[in-house]
Design a protein around this ligand. Structure first.
Ligand SMILES: [Zn+2]
Ligand SMILES: [Zn+2]
Length: 469
């Protein structure tokens, strides 16, 4: 985090229209932590002329997002934008996660250069790792406003140019955003009248000579793709805890790129993809050590997905990736070919949108990855059920389902309709039917569940069955 960052309001914004309204851009002019301003806050001078202090990780809140970082002097020296051919690439670098060696600058990224269905990584620092941001089709764009061509401006916070503007209060017109002292996009050419024009600092390493009396529209931006100011230091500590069950669900190539400087990469780490491990350590940089049985590896915190506990009533879906399920099954009851019946089916059609994103490391609570792993835990883990059939009708129902006796399942359920989602050893009759590949029984249970749902029942069974068939 550096002075000069150009910012817009962020996810925890609660300051009304201090910024001039959503989309207005400001400049970080001072960092907290020097005694005057608290740690994890920053002072921002909005293009519209107001100045205030904001949270940049303070109390876990993020009032701001990074709109542009060129003004801090950030460049990616050996990287070319594959859109506009700019080299070095200036400011935030956007790397396609679906293509080999394809990068965009911020301007090209928001101009929708390249396939919008491809997922991207956001790279803030030249040696930094990519943060997965998903694909642009997932988001709507917002209009930016501020120091852009056509804006009307007057003297601002750091003005030190005497009467160059023709006197305090004079209005000029911004004609071009340009470099200042070798720092790209950090200056603005202003026309003050017929004869006077000059270039001024408009963000340059935290200096702003101007303010907008009438902001102009800039490029539209993908708000959700932008970094939260101050996010980096706090992210892993806030989100992850030692002892938590987690998984890494990105492709090996993406993981490899993100491991540079975060524990490194060796090819055998790819075996961990899709498996569930436990966090054994979080280091000072936030890198996460995950134990998989006897082995443990260090990962970038952003590739780590939490495994929430499975609860009755959760919405679940089956994942149509046999290889991934097989990986997950290692050490959890193994894989048998009959399980394939539980994969795919119609349930997968409604995953087409979210699925790709989740596999690229979306870690929000709504992520489809949650549903995937919940279901896998409930549906596929564990050994084959054993044991007697006497006693509780619910237990007998599960056992009948396990052994493939449709007739028994029917009879028990007719007599005890309330036992449909009875669990034996943590499994319902439907779980077991799927696990054992009893398609007929699973279909029967599903139709029963649907009837009961129409009669007002809710819960795990109905959700699971709706998604399965
Ligand atoms: Zn470009
Ligand atoms: Zn691509």
């Amino acid at each position: 985090m550096e002075v000069g960052l150009r910012v817009v309001r962020g996810p925890d914004w609660m300051w009304g229209d201090q910024d001039g309204g959503e989309g207005n851009v400001g400049t970080v002019v001072h960092l907290g932590g020097d005694g005057n301003v608290p740690d994890d806050t920053v002072l921002v001078y909005w293009d519209t002329g107001k100045q205030a202090n904001y949270r940049a990780g303070y109390s876990g809140k993020y009032d701001l997002r990074v709109f542009d970082s060129a003004q801090t002097g950030l460049k990616h020296i050996h990287v070319t934008c594959d859109g506009c051919k700019e080299v070095p690439l200036i400011g935030t670098r956007w790397k396609c996660a679906d293509c080999q060696n394809y990068d965009l600058c911020s301007t090209c990224f928001v101009s929708d250069v390249h396939d919008k269905h491809h997922a991207f990584l956001r790279i803030e620092q030249p040696q930094g790792n990519g943060i997965p941001v998903g694909k642009r089709t997932n988001f709507v764009k917002r209009q930016s406003k501020g120091f852009f061509p056509g804006a009307k401006v007057s003297r601002g916070r750091d003005w030190k140019w005497a009467e160059q503007d023709g006197g305090n209060g004079r209005i000029g017109t911004l004609s071009e955003i340009t470099a200042w002292n070798g720092v790209d996009r950090s200056g603005a050419k202003i026309v003050w009248g017929m004869l006077r024009n000059n270039t001024y600092r408009a963000g340059h390493q935290g200096s702003v000579d101007l303010k907008c009396t009438t902001p102009a529209n800039g490029p539209s931006y993908y708000r959700e793709c932008l970094a939260k100011v101050g996010e980096k230091r706090q992210r892993a500590a806030n989100r992850l805890k030692i002892g938590e069950r987690v998984s890494v669900c990105l492709e090996a190539e993406v993981l490899k790129a993100m491991s540079q400087g975060h524990g490194g990469w060796i090819d055998s780490m790819a075996q961990c993809v899709g498996k569930i491990g436990k966090i054994s350590k979080i280091d000072d940089d936030g890198d996460v050590q995950i134990s998989y049985g006897l082995q443990s590896w260090v990962f970038h915190p952003d590739v780590v997905t939490k495994m929430p506990s499975f609860q009755s009533g959760d919405q679940v879906r089956v994942f149509n990736d046999k290889q991934l399920v097989q990986n997950l099954q290692q050490g959890h009851g193994g894989w048998n070919e009959s399980m394939e019946v539980a994969l795919g089916k119609q349930a997968l059609e409604d995953m087409s949108g979210g699925e790709a994103t989740s596999r690229r490391g979306e870690t929000t609570p709504e992520s489809p990855a949650k549903e995937l792993h919940d279901l896998l835990q409930a549906l596929l883990m564990g050994a084959v059920l054993k044991g007697g059939s006497a006693g509780d009708p619910g237990d007998r129902l599960v056992n009948a389902s396990s052994s493939g006796n449709l007739q028994d399942v029917r009879e028990i359920l007719e007599a005890n309709p309330d036992k449909i989602d009875h669990k034996r050893a943590g499994k319902t009759a439907l779980h077991v039917a799927c696990h054992q590949g009893r398609a007929e029984i699973a279909k029967y249970l599903t139709s029963k569940g649907r009837q009961q749902r129409h009669q007002g029942r809710t819960g795990l069974f109905c959700n699971a069955s709706r998604s399965l068939w």
